[in-house]
Design a protein. Structure first.
Ligand SMILES: *Cc1c(COP(=O)(O)O)cnc(C)c1O
Length: 360
């Protein structure tokens, strides 16, 4: 068996150790005589799995007690609607910062339910930077301010949060959750689809300040009301049981790795290898301004579409897969989430070096 280095933006690599545990427990979980896939979500065995997953996530992210943790479905994209339906309830206004396609999708969805306003955008330079804002840019009467913390497609990240005053900050953290510590208390809502850094696709994690629950718009479907899920421990209906189990294994793996401080150090080390190479390369160039670079998604180009295509093809043959950039940026993108081992990045850089020698 030869496992590849998978640089996909998502779904993406999972820690090998987690996959091995899942394989070993596939036919029988503990002494239950069944797979987690087959278990009743109301069984005491499954109850222990979901409760432990939540406890471990709370511990790793240091989630304060006045926040609810929800395990939902529908992906991060469903949160684009759930956030306005549940939060745009006082003044029916919300501010959005447009830092890429995901942020823009969230904004457009928000505009269906109230007065969504695009406060700032980096569309003028293909989203290669994070627009600067000050408190004065935000409407103090907005029900929330929405940002996309790490822009998966463009490879930018907020290194400093916008100052929104008393307006709750809502952040899509789909592609940076668990990559480094985050001060949960600075946010009203954090949400993330699982398939970048947590688990296979299928579960969406929502971390929400409890006082923001319970004021959904009248039209809100039951399943899109945060209250429905918080009142029922994410068990109003059948949760994505197996995905939550895998997420739980990933949380345990992160604890073993030393928690989020250690993850951050490891991720910074990995990203530095790639960015340092890009900064001195005669052929490859990063597309993002240095101060806003992501730790997780690293887009780069050669400047020639032909060479880009050649690189992607040769990389694939050499075992570096899914490195083609998003169609809106072109070139390449290496997504180096938590589960990407440092050897994967070192070997990729060695391969890029060789390609440069042969083609520059
Ligand atoms: C992948 C991604 C999404 C979309 O997630 P789904 O779970 O497929 O809906 C949204 N936002 C960000 C930042 C992403 O990286």
């Amino acid at each position: 068996m030869a496992r590849v280095y998978n640089f996909s933006a998502g779904p993406s690599m999972l820690p090998e150790e987690v996959l091995k545990t899942a394989a070993a427990e596939m036919l029988e979980y503990g002494e239950t005589g069944q797979s987690v896939m087959e278990m009743s979500h109301r069984s005491k065995e499954y109850d222990a799995i979901i409760k432990q997953a939540e406890a471990d996530l709370r511990e790793i992210m240091n989630i304060p007690d006045d926040y609810e943790v929800l395990f939902l479905q529908g992906g991060a994209s469903t949160q684009f609607a759930m956030v306005p339906l549940n939060l745009m309830n006082k003044n029916h206004k919300a501010d959005y910062i447009i830092t890429g396609q995901w942020a823009n999708k969230a904004y457009k969805e928000g505009a269906r339910y109230g007065a969504a306003r695009a406060v700032a955008s980096s569309a003028d330079k293909t989203y290669s930077y994070i627009p600067k804002t000050t408190r004065a840019d935000f409407d103090p009467e907005a029900d929330y301010v929405h940002i996309c913390m790490n822009n998966t497609i463009y490879g930018t990240k907020y290194h400093e949060l916008p100052d929104t005053g008393d307006v709750p900050l809502v952040a899509d953290i789909s592609s940076c959750i668990l990559s480094e510590p985050i001060d949960v208390s600075k946010f009203g809502v954090l949400y993330a689809g699982a398939q970048k850094n947590v688990a296979p696709a299928g579960v969406t994690i929502v971390i929400i300040r409890k006082d923001l629950i319970g004021n959904a718009m009248e039209i809100t479907p039951t399943m899109l009301n945060y209250a429905t899920h918080s009142e029922n421990g994410s068990m109003f209906n059948t949760p994505p049981c197996y995905t939550i189990y895998i997420a739980g294994l990933v949380f345990k793996w992160i604890k073993k790795m030393g928690g989020l401080e250690a993850m951050k150090a490891y991720n910074e080390k990995k990203a530095k290898i790639l960015y340092d190479f890009l900064d001195q390369s005669r052929l490859f160039k990063g597309t993002v301004v240095p101060e806003d670079r992501s730790l997780m998604n690293v887009p780069f180009v050669t400047g020639s579409e032909e060479l880009d295509a050649k690189f992607v093809a040769e990389a694939k043959k050499a075992g570096f897969v899914n490195i083609k950039g998003h169609r809106s940026v072109g070139g390449m993108r290496a997504s180096i989430y938590n589960a990407m081992p440092i050897e994967g990045v070192e070997k990729l850089v060695a391969f890029m070096q060789k390609f440069e020698e042969e083609n520059a």
